[in-house]
Ligand binder design. Structure first.
Ligand code: BGC
Ligand code: ZN
Length: 364
């Protein structure tokens, strides 16, 4: 079968390769699910992997099949799989268990291991191929009515986890009823965070730098959120203070501004993966004092386990019911066929208004 791979460690090696198709029997205990891939999304992580800034090949290989944002249809299942059947639409989770206590209880997104096993990212092949196989434990069923937007599930899970963790933490307050939320950044994750917070009934202000109107600001306003170009500290005076802030700009200095815009008892969720070594000067006393006197919390979040994929499915369904057609507007840049991987990466590295770039491996 065809697949798109990179040579980890060497920049710009993305290429088309040919390898044997997997089979259901590759997975032990009759728990295999063979999936025919329909769509695979790409994001900043794929860009970093092709730039050789991140990512490792699986043991025994000198290449890594990329792609962690999958969507496909079940082709065959092992004799002990009851959860899905051939023809079902599915998305696979990304991280695979390591050895910490968190991995052992099914929450490998919270692993304390230093080595991550992530399909399409680190030490495990990804989904940008004609087929993949995995254990049913890692396969999440998608209702037929969501097939047009199913490829958005994996990025949605990152948001689901961050927000679910924030609510879980805020149980400390016994009566927490958040009203005002801020989202930092209006890229794919910022848009999806705005959506999920709106679905919870919060007033949401999304802060970004691009002057409106453009597609992303239109999308934010279409779901009743506010788009602001002003710095969040000013925004907090106008529309805050914020009970919950979701940071997704990819620019770490914004974190310290967000800390100052957080209301008393508030929670700040950090999701930007910032690989550089940027330094900034901050009003440390003031920020610290605000956190101490305001009983505030800040939490980092990465990856998502099955639970958050299941939450994501429900939110995608609610979004389609409440804001029909909104999610499809995020799917701005399709690229037809695995053989057009160069076009896929050209669109990813030169976004030009792109929200989600994805490969249409097969028509839906
Ligand atoms: C993926 C996560 C992954 C993270 C770090 C993100 O792009 O969506 O699943 O854990 O990269 O590798
Ligand atoms: Zn990703």
């Amino acid at each position: 079968m065809k697949a798109i791979a990179v040579k980890p460690g060497i920049p710009n090696t993305v290429h088309l390769t040919e390898l044997p198709a997997p089979t259901v029997s590759d997975i032990p205990n009759g728990r295999g699910v063979l999936v025919r891939v329909l769509r695979v999304g790409v994001d900043g992580t794929d860009k970093e992997i092709n730039a050789a800034e991140y990512g490792q090949a699986p043991p025994g290989y000198d290449f890594l099949i990329i792609g962690h944002e999958s969507f496909g249809q079940v082709e065959a299942v092992g004799q002990n799989v009851t959860e899905v059947k051939p023809g079902d639409y599915v998305v696979a989770t990304v991280r695979r268990p390591g050895s910490s206590i968190y991995d052992l209880i099914g929450t490998n997104d919270m692993t304390t291991d230093d080595t991550y096993f992530e399909r399409g990212i680190n030490l495990r092949h990804g989904y940008m191929s004609e087929y993949y196989v995995d254990d049913a434990e890692f396969i999440v069923k998608i209702p037929k009515g969501l097939k047009e937007v199913g490829v958005l599930l994996e990025p949605t899970t990152v948001v689901e986890k961050g927000i679910a963790q924030a609510y879980e933490i805020q149980r400390r307050l016994k009566v927490w009823k958040p009203k005002r939320a801020a989202v930092m950044g209006a890229g794919t994750i910022g848009l999806l965070a705005t959506l999920v917070l709106r679905l919870k009934g919060l007033e949401v202000t999304t802060f970004a730098k691009t002057p409106k109107p453009y597609l992303n600001s239109d999308l934010i306003e279409a779901i009743g959120a506010t788009y602001e170009e002003i710095p969040i500290i000013e925004g907090a005076k106008k529309l805050g203070p914020f009970d919950i802030i979701f940071e997704a700009t990819g620019f770490s200095p914004v974190v310290f501004e967000s800390m100052q815009a957080l209301g008393k008892n508030g929670v700040l969720v950090l999701s930007s993966v910032t690989g550089g070594d940027r330094k900034v000067e901050v009003p440390a006393d003031k920020i610290n004092l605000g956190f101490v006197l305001g009983n505030k919390v800040m939490v980092g979040t990465v990856n998502a386990n099955r639970e958050y994929f299941e939450m994501g499915v429900k939110d995608l369904a609610q979004a389609e019911a409440e804001y029909p057609g909104w999610l499809s507007r995020l799917l701005t840049h399709p690229v037809r066929g695995l053989e057009n991987y160069e076009e896929l990466f050209a669109k990813l590295t030169n976004p030009n208004g792109a929200i989600k770039v994805f490969c249409e491996v097969e028509p839906l």
